[in-house]
Design a protein around this ligand. Sequence first.
Ligand SMILES: NC(=O)c1ccc[n+]([C@@H]2O[C@H](COP(=O)([O-])OP(=O)(O)OC[C@H]3O[C@@H](n4cnc5c(N)ncnc54)[C@H](OP(=O)(O)O)[C@@H]3O)[C@@H](O)[C@H]2O)c1
Length: 254
Amino acid sequence: MTTLSSPNLADGSVLITGATGGIGEATVTRAITDGAFVIACGRDANKLEQLSSQFEGNIHTLCYDVTDEKAISNAFREVQKGVSAKKWPALYGLVNGAGVMSETVLAMTSADALKQQMAVNFYAPYQHMQLASRLMSRQKAGSIVNIVSQVGELGSSGMSAYAASKAALTGATKSLAKELAPMGIRVNAVAPGFIDTALTAHYDEKAKQKVYERVVLQREGTAKEVANAAIYLLSHHASYTTGHVLPVDGLFCP
Ligand SMILES: NC(=O)c1ccc[n+]([C@@H]2O[C@H](COP(=O)([O-])OP(=O)(O)OC[C@H]3O[C@@H](n4cnc5c(N)ncnc54)[C@H](OP(=O)(O)O)[C@@H]3O)[C@@H](O)[C@H]2O)c1
C-alpha cells in the first residue's frame, strides 16, 4: 500500500519560486505564518532583501533566473547544504509560482515569446520538480504545488502560447502525482482566474469590467486567495489529495 505521509508545514522547509511576485509573496507570507521555513526564490535582489528583513529567521533567499538550468541546480545544492548544516529543516514543499504571460494572437506571436513562456512556465517548474523530488524522496514525504492557470484549462483567444505552457504544466502535475506517489510525494496545482497582481496590471478598468462580466463572483481575485489554496494543497490538510487542479477563479464562464 502506498502511504502519502504529509508532515505539518511547520516541520519542513518550502521552496517558493516567483517569491517577489504578487501570488508568490502572498504564499511566502502564508507559509511562514503557518510555521514553515521558506526558501524564497526570485531574480530581484532588492525585493528579496526586503523579504529577508521582514521574515528574518524564517527565510532564506536565493536570487536566480529560472531559465538558467545551472542556477537551479546550484539553488538545490544550497538547499541541501543548509539542511545538512541544520540551518533549516528538510525540504518538504515546493511551490512553482514564477510565471510570465504575453498576450498576442497567433499571427503576431514570435518564436522568442513562445520559447520564453515555455521556459519560465513549463521547463523551469519541471526542473524544480525533478530536483525537489530527489530530496523529498529521501524522507519519503513531500508536497508540490504548481501555479497553473484557468487559461490553460479553458483556453483564451490571444493567449495560445501562455495557455499551452500552463496546460503542459497541468499535464506534468497529473502524471507526476502518479509517478511520485510511491515516494510519498503529492503533486497538485492551483489554477487562478483573473487575479490582481503585476501580471494583470496592464488591464484598464474597462477591460477588467469585461472580465468580471464573465465571473460569477463578479470581481477579480486576490493574491492572498490564491496563496490560501496553494498552502491548503501543500499542507497535511490535503493529505488525501494528489493529481488535482484547484481553480481559484470566482467561477469563470468563458
Ligand atoms: N495574476 C493572474 O491573474 C494569474 C492568473 C493565472 C495564473 N497566474 C500565475 O500565477 C503565477 C504568479 O503570477 P502573479 O500573478 O503573482 O504575477 P507577478 O506578480 O508578475 O509574479 C510573477 C513572478 O514570476 C517571476 N519571474 C518571471 N520570470 C522569471 C524568471 N525568468 N526567473 C525568475 N523569476 C521569474 C517574477 O519575477 P520578476 O519580478 O523578477 O519578473 C515574479 O516574481 C504565475 O505563474 C502566473 O502565470 C496568474
